[in-house]
Design a protein around this ligand. Structure first.
Ligand code: NAP
Ligand code: FER
Length: 339
């Protein structure tokens, strides 16, 4: 196809947010889409991922992911259909996962794409249950926290993309008891009724420590932390001897403008010989075959369920991102760009 006159919309960072981002911090711009150069493909994006880590990239701070540049299109995971190819091995009509999201059309080096099969799973699943957030749950629970059968697991952010999958994988791998926390009574009901958690509590209903104590009177062996802050402090108190916490995220503080108070009970780690361990999913790609085998199998035989929050339209991408930070989502948040 001729692509010489093609234009597409892309989200740019207009200003670095101070605290909670507002729509004024972003700009939806129409721009010319170049033809793919040698080794590149042009992708019509069908699903964009919005993820909590993107909030960190909006700050001008050195971190594991480079800051977004002001006035430039933001990046992130996306899945789309190849509409022009100047690369061997990726053909027009293929569907690919890549890292230049936040826009309608992406020109990407084919070497930085992965072909995905819409016959194997819905395309959005490659951003969530079978993608980065799913791998985060799998690697964080099984390798970083070293879940053993019979153990009691507590996961925060439990109705979100990573969290619900942590709870379900824990159950499927033989955890003795699985407890989740989330920000609404409806989400807590879903955790128990649909995802098989043994107990769930709404952290907005009262102090986390007291609610965790009621749900796990004998303590916990594993804490999967998506939230930080009060949740982490409560979990440290609840962890048993030789307990482990996988520190995955701290979303309660991503919009803070002041350093948060630390957990005040770190001294407990010593006598209880507890391990707190941070991790990044990107360091655990060697687990991908095991992940695809396990999660693919559980999805096929109906043992693992998932929901997505699908927001439609490129113009809604920032709203989808902000809604996810506020907890309006259940499961993975994706932006659909139907053709
Ligand atoms: P998600 O859980 O689908 O969405 C974010 C959720 O955070 C919201 O739904 C909201 O649910 C919850 N939340 C927001 N503010 C909160 C607060 N103050 N206290 C408690 N919960 C709050 O997002 P996700 O993509 O699955 O990510 C979950 C966590 O994993 C994030 O911390 C993220 O940064 C981290 N992560 C880390 C890695 C890694 O490699 N380390 C990879 C992926 C994700 P409620 O309604 O329950 O409040
Ligand atoms: C997140 C999504 C991804 C996050 C971290 C990552 C802490 C890390 C990805 C990587 O391995 O580089 O929300 O929050």
């Amino acid at each position: 196809m001729s692509t010489s006159t093609l234009t597409g919309r892309e989200w740019r960072l207009a200003a670095r947010p101070a605290g909670w981002p507002t729509p004024a911090d972003f700009d939806l711009a129409e721009t010319a889409v170049p033809e793919p150069g040698p080794g590149q493909v042009l992708v019509r994006n069908l699903f964009l991922s919005v993820d909590p880590y993107m909030r960190g990239r909006m700050n001008d701070a050195k971190s594991y992911a480079a800051p977004y540049e002001l006035g430039q299109a933001m990046t992130g995971a996306a899945v789309g259909r190849v509409v022009a190819s100047a690369a061997e091995g990726v053909a027009v009509g293929d569907h690919v996962l890549h890292g230049l999201g936040w826009r309608e059309y992406s020109v990407v080096d084919a070497a930085h794409t992965a072909v995905v099969d819409p016959a194997q799973a819905p395309l959005s699943a490659y951003l969530g249950v079978l993608g980065m957030t799913g791998m985060t749950a799998y690697a964080g629970l099984l390798r970083v926290a070293e879940l053993a059968p019979g153990e009691t697991v507590f996961v925060s952010g439990a109705a979100g993309a990573v969290g619900n999958q942590v709870g379900q994988i824990a159950r499927l791998k033989g955890a003795g008891r699985v407890i989740g926390s989330a920000g609404s009574d409806e989400k807590c009901a879903l955790l128990v009724e649909e995802y098989g958690f043994d107990a769930a509590f709404n952290y907005k209903n009262g102090p986390v420590a007291a609610q965790l104590k009621a749900a796990a009177p004998d303590g916990i062996d594993v804490y999967f932390d998506n939230v930080g802050g009060e949740h982490l402090e409560a979990a440290i108190s609840a962890l048993r001897v030789h307990g482990r916490a996988a520190l995955c995220g701290a979303i309660a503080q991503y919009n803070d403008t002041e350093p948060p108070p630390g957990p005040r009970n770190l001294g407990l780690l010593i006598g209880k010989r507890v391990t707190l361990r941070g991790f990044l999913v990107g360091d655990h790609q060697d687990l991908k075959p095991d992940f695809v085998r396990d999660v693919g199998g559980w999805l096929r035989d109906g043992q693992l369920r998932y929901r997505e929050t699908v927001v439609t339209g490129i113009d809604q991408a920032v709203a989808a991102f902000l809604g996810m930070l506020r907890g309006e989502n259940t499961g993975k948040t994706v932006v659909a760009l139907p053709e």
